[in-house]
Design a protein. Structure first.
Length: 242
């Protein structure tokens, strides 16, 4: 995993979106809406909602916005129906790309994503056309605050069901299979570890080192996809140059 730290990818994404707080809040609102719609509006009994709210608060989303999204989902406010859709395709140079969206307008987002791929020498594929090139894993990031014993957190995480733990760049990166993710995350929370990121995501089995031209086109593709407020996550197997 060295050189391809998920933490670095998260940091780059967060830094690039500092000027897009409105869109970030909209994405959090949709995640909160979906979690509350599926499991109810009580964060004490709805783990998915608790995670969505934690992420929103980490990005300084106002409590009023959070409460409004929950009320929409539970019927206390007039709301809209959001649908989760996954798009798969190939970017420039054959780079595999997965895009997860949450939208209330399938036609609009499909057009936006198709345009972004076409403009940057990519093309959309059928469902399953690239996901086989990725492993789906849970990941949990715990910040090293100087008080954590590496052996102790490793033992706790593995006993709770984690597959691997890596200490790197001031954080502990904990990896699980999707089925054990919630159990490991909840166990670490109960043990009073501060989780700075937790999610189930796609990790490439292999990386592609593109040409300089293709790398720039791929970065442009990512920028265009992130400009859509419906985009939730983008996964790819491009290896960045130095």
């Amino acid at each position: 995993m060295a050189g391809h730290s998920k933490w670095h990818n998260i940091q780059r994404r967060k830094n690039a979106q500092d000027a897009k707080k409105g869109k970030i809040f909209m994405r959090h609102a949709k995640n909160i809406y979906t979690a509350a719609k599926e499991g109810g509006g009580d964060i004490d009994t709805n783990a998915a909602l608790r995670t969505a709210v934690d992420k929103a608060k980490a990005d300084n989303m106002p409590n009023d916005n959070i409460e409004r999204a929950i009320k929409k989902a539970t019927g206390d406010l007039d709301g809209v129906h959001y649908e989760e859709i996954t798009y798969e395709g190939y970017g420039p140079g054959g780079i595999a790309v997965i895009v997860n969206v949450l939208t209330d307008n399938k036609n609009r987002i499909a057009s936006e994503i198709r345009h972004a791929f076409k403009k940057n020498d990519g093309n959309l594929g059928e469902n399953g056309s690239v996901t086989f090139m990725f492993n789906r894993k849970g990941y949990i990031l715990v910040e090293e605050d100087g008080t954590i014993d590496e052996d102790e957190i490793s033992m706790e995480a593995i006993e709770a069901g984690a597959d691997d733990i890596v200490a790197e760049d001031g954080v502990y990166e904990i990896y699980t299979n999707p089925e054990n993710f919630q159990n490991v995350r909840d166990h670490l929370r109960k043990s009073n570890y501060e989780l700075i990121e937790s999610d189930v995501s796609y990790f490439p089995q292999n990386y592609i080192a593109p040409s300089e031209d293709d790398e720039q086109k791929m970065l442009n593709l990512i920028d265009m996809l992130e400009d859509s407020e419906d985009t939730q996550d983008i996964h790819h197997n491009m290896e960045r140059s130095d």
